[in-house]
Design a protein around this ligand. Structure first.
Ligand SMILES: Cc1ncc(COP(=O)(O)O)c(C=O)c1O
Length: 404
């Protein structure tokens, strides 16, 4: 008889953002006169750069002619895109990542969920707490956890690595040695980055213990400080222990277009097997390649014009981030992030819980943010605001918060 995957039943309650949407909808219904400003969800708002739309139009025209039509894309991605990524994102930063170690996909969300197919079912998983929920939920679905404990907000069998003010939001090594370590820097939700020295310590730790790091660098394009590494491969020895995830979503506004890539170096060998070859096999079996037109749009991101336009967009969002961070500090709040990432991680005042502060902010300032506890138990007492809104709304939101 058919049996469902019972691991799904371990996942608690509703998805964080649907819970927020429900609360906001009900508030708006009872307060139709109030204009609500949403600084909660991490989606971009700026339109695609002109160089990107131009490349899209051109590629669409190619698809309409027999001579230039493209069918299935290579499962690994087109060479034109893998080559330019290898050059611009890695070699120009001193990281020798070759095109055949780069796998183009339609999103870092799917990649972060799919890469865990490479691990044995009993691999021990370590996660930052708070965390981007996909790493946790996808491993729970795959059966790598015990039950969820309502009281602690944690799953049995998962190693939680608290990211707190006291450790600068970069985790300490856990007591129990994990097999797989998820790291994300610049971080969602804390907005904090990791120094090269601290990341090197993690690389050394993983190599020493034979662990694998899944390094999510989806927000790499927002790094503004020169001492912050853009890739884990800037660290010595990372090619023998790390998989890196990148995304065009936040870098170039592709959230609705869908493009990302995963780097699996050839040197990454575990149990005598090449993870790069396993990932290649997995992609060939289960994936039929990101669309040609989208990969051409991705190529345009690296053109001179595309690069300049995208930098301008990022500066726009980072002006919002500065407005939020400075404004919160002026209003007497403690806040982090916002310098190398589009996220600001503020401490709730007067020991309020994250959800109490959510309600207060919605009621008094009509501003929506994301309760930190939604990202894990160590997010309790924090609140995430994003810089992805438009500047006028962001400024208005901060003015309202200051008057609260
Ligand atoms: C840390 C992190 N990784 C991955 C993603 C998803 O990226 P994509 O749009 O490429 O699926 C997000 C999206 O918010 C994210 O915050």
């Amino acid at each position: 008889m058919f049996k469902v995957n019972e691991n799904f039943a371990k996942l608690p309650g509703s998805y964080l953002f649907s819970a927020i949407a429900k609360k906001v909808d009900s508030y708006q219904k009872s307060h139709p006169e109030e204009s609500i400003i949403r600084l909660g969800i991490g989606d971009v708002t700026q339109p695609l750069a002109p160089a990107v739309t131009e490349a899209l139009h051109k590629a669409v025209d190619e698809m309409g002619k027999a001579e230039t039509f493209h069918g299935y894309a290579p499962e690994q991605g087109y060479d034109f895109l893998r080559t330019i990524i290898s050059q611009k994102d890695f070699k120009e930063r001193g990281c020798l990542i070759e095109p055949d170690e780069i796998f183009i996909s339609d999103g870092a969300k799917c990649d972060s969920g799919n890469t865990q197919e490479l691990f044995a079912p009993d691999c021990k998983i370590a996660l930052c707490d708070p965390v981007y929920p996909v790493y946790l939920d996808s491993n729970v679905m795959a059966g790598r956890s015990g039950n969820y404990q309502e009281k602690t907000g944690m799953f049995d069998g998962i190693i939680y690595m608290p990211c707190l003010e006291s450790n600068g939001f970069v985790p300490d090594f856990p007591k129990e040695v994990p097999d797989v370590i998820y790291l994300c820097f610049p971080n969602n939700p804390t907005g904090e980055a990791v120094t090269k020295e601290a990341l090197q310590r993690w690389v050394d730790y993983a190599n020493q213990h034979g662990a694998v790091i899944i390094y999510d660098a989806a927000y790499e394009a927002y790094i503004s400080q020169p001492q912050i590494p853009h890739s884990i491969y800037e660290c010595e020895g990372a090619k023998t222990c790390a998989i890196e995830l990148r995304s065009f979503s936040k870098k170039a506004g592709f959230t609705g277009l869908r493009l990302a890539y995963t780097v699996v170096p050839k040197e990454l060998i575990r149990g005598g097997a090449s993870l790069r070859d396993m990932w290649n096999r997995r992609q060939c079996t289960k994936y039929n390649g990101a669309p040609y037109i989208v990969q051409k749009a991705g190529e345009a991101v690296y053109s001179e014009a595309g690069d300049a336009q995208i930098r301008e967009q990022i500066s726009y969002y980072m002006r919002n981030a500065k407005t939020i961070l400075d404004g919160l500090k002026e209003a007497g709040f403690t806040a982090y992030g916002g310098v190398n990432s589009p996220y600001i991680w503020m401490k709730t005042p007067d020991h309020m819980t994250s959800w109490e502060f959510f309600d207060l902010l919605l009621d008094k300032a009509h501003v929506v943010g994301t309760p930190g506890s939604g990202f894990g138990p160590s997010g309790e007492g924090f609140f995430r605001l994003t810089a992805f809104g438009n500047y006028e709304n962001t400024k208005e939101a901060i003015d309202r918060i200051k008057k609260m």
